[in-house]
Design a protein around this ligand. Structure first.
Ligand code: 3PG
Ligand code: MG
Length: 399
């Protein structure tokens, strides 16, 4: 891989130079209070920012948050992130209330060596996500004017062909930050000769989101364990009734076909927790998968499934996990996700957790992050990497 790194940039000397850092500070916010509910993505970018501060750069950080529609929208402001970043860095972060306007220009101009600024949400500007090359390019020109060099440390966004990810590096000397390097290093271990058995656990709600990665992984893995909302479409494909569980009807045939081609590698739940409603206090019971009542919906995998999956995981030497096994945010339906997470930590294997939800689950369930080999900051990005796709943000660094 012919990518220049942060160390190359530091070796050139960055004291007094403006360094534009694309980070992925897209953290989950509490729906009621707006507070940051998981700051993992902020902490993940500290090694890069700390090194630049230490070296005396003027550090200009930019990121997206959520999916605002190309115009300012206060609920997606990065201001709380600036405050948290400042606490973690131990120095105030200068916040610009726009991305490339007057506030951004004066904030960047006023930076002293070793200080950090955060620009307001990139997606408050239509140019960031535009499909039009010219519109994206015009926005990238404005962003690039804030840096003498560019560092991409936004692993979670490298699969997006967006101005700050794809077009800015074409306009400035560019390098990969520490987080991007570490993520690529770890994920490449999974795509090139993983130690076997290689066991993948997939959950989450939709088969359609995971179809490409299932197709790509089937020939490579030794076992593919499927839980979460998506398991019901597979169970249906086996001819079982799934009640009012999540079901993607137009994917049933695809799942049947995958099961036929999987040579027994795919393991599905044998029992599930079914409830009367999608609610934390709904009445619920554990049933065999061939006994799901027509009026109830499955919200977690059952204990026998956890035991079976855990047995497969205990044999593994390499594990990749993406997607919760159930609605772990509700205590009544968290046991499946917790059980799988614990089985992964107990296995004598190199384990990678991918995806915002699974990473958040690990922390929300109070599990020790250090007992996993690597917790990726990328959801879609890590899946697309494993699919073998060209990621626009990585390709842009290679040029
Ligand atoms: C993510 O949360 O997966 C990344 O921050 C990318 O966000 P996006 O899916 O809205 O592009
Ligand atoms: Mg996403």
């Amino acid at each position: 891989m012919s990518i220049r790194t942060l160390d190359d940039l530091l070796a050139e000397g960055v004291s007094g130079r403006r360094v534009l850092v694309r980070a992925d500070l897209n953290v989950p916010l509490d729906k009621q209070t707006g507070a940051i509910s998981d700051d993992g993505r902020i902490r993940a970018v500290l090694p890069t920012l700390g090194a630049l501060v230490e070296a005396g750069a003027k550090v200009v950080v930019c990121s997206h948050l959520g999916r605002p529609k190309g115009a300012p929208d206060p609920q997606f402001s990065l201001r709380p992130v600036a405050d948290r970043l400042g606490e973690l860095l131990g120095a105030p972060v200068h916040f610009a209330t726009d991305t490339v306007g007057d506030s951004a220009r004066s904030t960047v101009a006023d930076l002293a060596d070793g200080q950090v600024a955060l620009l307001e949400n990139l997606r408050f500007n239509a140019g960031e996500t535009s499909k039009g090359e010219a519109e994206r390019g015009a926005f990238a020109d404005q962003l690039a004017a804030f840096g003498d060099a560019y560092v991409d440390d936004a692993f979670g966004a490298v699969h997006r062909k967006h101005a700050s990810v794809y077009d800015v590096p074409a306009r400035l000397p560019h390098v990969a930050g520490r987080l991007v390097l570490r993520e690529v290093e770890v994920l490449s271990k999974l795509t090139s000769e993983p130690e076997r058995p290689y066991v993948v656990v997939l959950g989450g709600s939709k088969v359609s989101d995971k179809l490409a990665v299932i197709e790509a992984l089937l020939p490579t893995v030794d076992r593919l364990l499927i839980g979460g909302g998506m398991c019901f479409t597979f169970l249906k494909a086996q001819g079982l009734e799934v009640g009012t569980s999540l079901l993607e009807k137009d994917m049933v045939e695809t799942c049947r076909n995958l099961l036929e081609r999987s040579a027994g590698k795919i393991m599905l739940p044998v029992d599930v927790v079914v409830a009367d409603a999608f609610a934390p206090d709904a009445a619920h019971d554990t049933v065999r998968v061939d006994g799901i009542p027509s009026h109830r919906l499955g919200l977690d995998v059952g204990p026998e499934t956890v035991a079976g999956f855990a047995a497969a995981l205990s044999q593994a030497k390499t594990i990749f996990w993406n997607g919760p096994m159930g609605v772990f945010e509700m205590a009544a339906f968290a046991a499946g996700t917790r059980g799988i997470a614990e089985a992964i930590t107990k296995a004598d294997a190199f384990s990678v957790v991918g995806g915002g939800d699974s990473a958040a689950a690990v922390r929300a369930l109070g599990l020790d992050e250090s007992s996993f080999g690597h917790i990726s900051t990328g959801g879609g990005a890590s899946l697309e990497y494993l699919e073998g796709k060209t990621l626009p943000g990585i390709a842009a660094l290679e040029n």
